[in-house]
Design a protein around this ligand. Structure first.
Ligand code: ADP
Ligand code: ZN
Length: 606
């Protein structure tokens, strides 16, 4: 439908342009030329003179003018016109001449039918045509069928096969297990029907962006070998009340025709937001769309084999009605991959890429704690691009390592100009972090330190790699993390006796950890296990909202400040104790610009 529109529109325009051009040519050039050669306008006096002189042979009195034939100066007969004037004597004079043929045109009476057509049918038809044109224009502009509420132009992709299977999804074993049941159901619905079981109509995939929710849904369709309908929640958001609902209706009608099949609704939170009491009247359109979705989910027969998968990264904002049994009653968490998961994702994506032998995927996985599947896929691709840039035929370990940094910190800014003094400050700052980290039992050893500036604005950074992943963090570990974060600023203070803005990111992170320790983890001395902050959307940055009395908030701030002060003090004393090593390491880093964890440890232990 979309495609049919354009050629249509074009031919319309071309047609108009041609007609207008032809009319212009006629009006401006041809018509006047024709007229000029035949009819000439003269004043009434000339007409009377010509009559008197006997030049006039024929006269025709029309309603507003008089046309007459006369011999002109060149002796040829020509047609002239002149304005009609009050001249009762004219007839007499013309008659007396004797040689002039003259008459008056009898006004033609239109037939009543023609009159009716001219005064009624034609204007109506014109209005109708204009209306049609305007409507078509409106539809085009809105991309929708503004007037046809019953139908929708929902962009629905029907693919017989997505081409994806569970093998394409690395890690996410729990999610795959939960979805395997749906695959089995689509394969053997009779097995479930025989026992009378109703399978869940829908499953909600919940997790941070880029963890493979879409991929999983496609894999379910691929595994079950059924059509895959995919639509994003935002596509239901329409200008007119009722249109989103119409789209939902349409989608389910199409899905029912193609059953068994999978309907995948991405970003379902855009339509499934909690409906509020709404003194303001709320958002009628969204509410209707949601209601329609609920109705459709209730309405269709689960035994038919339409399974609805939906994805969201803000499950807490979903309307509870969506989550009740019979709707999205299955909730499948799709979390960020752990160490093994990250390694698996890297391997899956490395399969399609020429790699050198003996690539240590584990090392890369350890360096990318917290990365999503999408980011890992991106890292592998960046590595391949780098290999091409370097003119190599396959991807090496160093390509992967560099691309980790590209994805984390941006590209190297090769020609960034940084003064020697600033470089020195950055070197001390980074060594400060690394040294403090290495001197604390609970801190992870450093993997790499660099002072090559990045496009992200980072002037250098210390990369820490956990030996093995752990999901719990003890109070000591959390505190040591804060100490490490303050290590950079502490080194600046000790060596340069001044501070720079370079620590702003450290400060932000340290504050975040300290605050969480006090308000959420019950790790402070003055408060017990009291939650004073709640996380709003854990999958999207995880901003928090405070829920406590004003006085408590003050105490929290004091506590946070206290904790960071203690950490800062500890970092300073660690560095003071090891000031010699600090200078030695910083000098080495200044010279090399990038040093590995091993080099660092060698110098430290020398
Ligand atoms: P989401 O829908 O959760 O935001 P996607 O499914 O769109 O994420 O994932 C984006 C891309 O990231 C996928 O196309 C795939 O290349 C990659 N990816 C994410 N998770 C995985 C995984 N577990 N295994 C393999 N590739 C993954
Ligand atoms: Zn720092």
């Amino acid at each position: 439908m979309e495609e049919g529109k354009n050629p249509n529109k074009r031919s319309f325009i071309v047609y108009y342009v041609i007609i207008i051009a032809v009319m212009l040519v006629f009006n401006v050039l041809v018509y006047p030329a024709l007229m000029r050669s035949q009819i000439q306008q003269v004043d009434y006096g000339t007409f009377l003179n010509d009559v008197a002189a006997g030049k006039v042979t024929q006269v025709e009195v029309q309603e507003t003018q008089i046309a007459f034939k006369a011999t002109g100066e060149d002796g040829k007969e020509q047609i002239f016109v002149t304005g009609k004037m009050e001249d009762p004597e004219l007839t007499k004079r013309l008659y007396e001449k004797g040689t002039i043929k003259f008459d008056k045109v009898i006004p033609k009476e239109n037939s009543p039918i023609v009159n009716f057509i001219l005064s009624w049918i034609l204007p109506l038809a014109a209005f109708f045509l204009i209306g049609q044109l305007i409507m078509r224009q409106m539809q085009k502009r809105m991309g929708g069928n503004a007037m046809a509420f019953g139908k929708s132009n929902a962009k629905i992709y029907v693919k017989a096969e997505t081409g994806k299977t569970f093998a394409d999804v690395a890690g996410q074993d729990e999610a795959k297990e939960a979805l395997a049941e749906i695959v089995d159901y689509l394969h053997h619905p009779e097995k479930y029907a025989a026992i009378g079981a109703n399978l869940p109509k829908g499953a909600l995939l919940v997790g941070p962006p880029g963890t493979g929710k879409t991929l999983l849904a496609q894999a379910v369709a691929g595994e079950a070998n059924v059509p895959f309908f995919s639509i994003s929640g935002s596509e239901f958001v329409e200008m007119f009340v009722g249109m989103g609902a119409a789209k939902v209706r349409d989608l389910f009608k199409q899905a029912a025709d193609k059953a068994p099949c999978i309907v995948f609704i991405d970003e379902v939170d855009t339509i499934g937001k909690k409906r509020d009491g709404g003194i303001t009247g709320g958002n009628d359109e969204r509410e209707q769309t949601l209601n329609q979705l609920l109705t459709e989910m209730d309405g269709f027969d689960g035994k038919k084999g339409v399974v609805i998968l939906a994805a969201t990264n803000r499950p807490e904002s979903l309307d509870p009605a969506l989550l009740r049994p019979g709707r999205f009653d299955r909730r499948v968490p799709v979390e960020l991959p752990d160490l093994a998961g990250r390694e698996a994702v890297l391997r899956v994506h490395a399969k399609n890429i020429k790699m050198e032998q003996n690539i240590d995927f584990n090392a890369i996985a350890r360096a990318t704690s917290g990365a999503s599947g999408a980011e890992l896929a991106n890292i592998v691709n960046e590595a391949a691009l780098r290999a091409v840039r370097m003119g190599r035929a396959s991807v090496s370990q160093s390509d992967l390592e560099e691309s980790v940094e590209v994805v984390i910190a941006g590209y190297q800014r090769k020609n960034a100009v940084i003064s020697e003094r600033e470089k020195k400050i950055v070197a001390y700052h980074e060594i400060g972090h690394a040294l403090v980290a290495a001197m604390q039992n609970h801190s992870a050893p450093v993997h790499k330190i660099t002072i090559i500036p990045r496009t992200s604005g980072a002037l250098g950074y210390t990369m820490q790699v956990e030996e093995d992943e752990h999901v719990l963090m003890s109070r000591e570990e959390a505190f040591d993390k804060i100490v490490t974060l303050t290590g950079g600023r502490s080194a600046e203070e000790i060596v340069f006796h001044s501070v720079t803005t370079g620590a702003s990111n450290d400060i932000e992170q340290a504050t975040k950890i300290a605050r969480a320790m006090v308000t959420r983890y019950g790790m402070s001395e003055n408060f017990d296990m009291v939650a004073m902050e709640t996380v709003n959307n854990q999958y999207l940055g995880g901003d928090t909202s405070l829920a406590c009395a004003e006085g408590t908030a003050q105490k929290i701030d004091a506590e946070v400040n206290d904790m960071i002060q203690k950490a800062h003090e500890k970092a300073r004393s660690i560095l003071k104790e090891n000031e010699e090593k600090l200078h030695e390491l910083a000098a080495y880093l200044l010279e090399k610009e990038t040093i590995s964890g091993e080099e660092f440890m060698q110098i430290l232990q020398a």
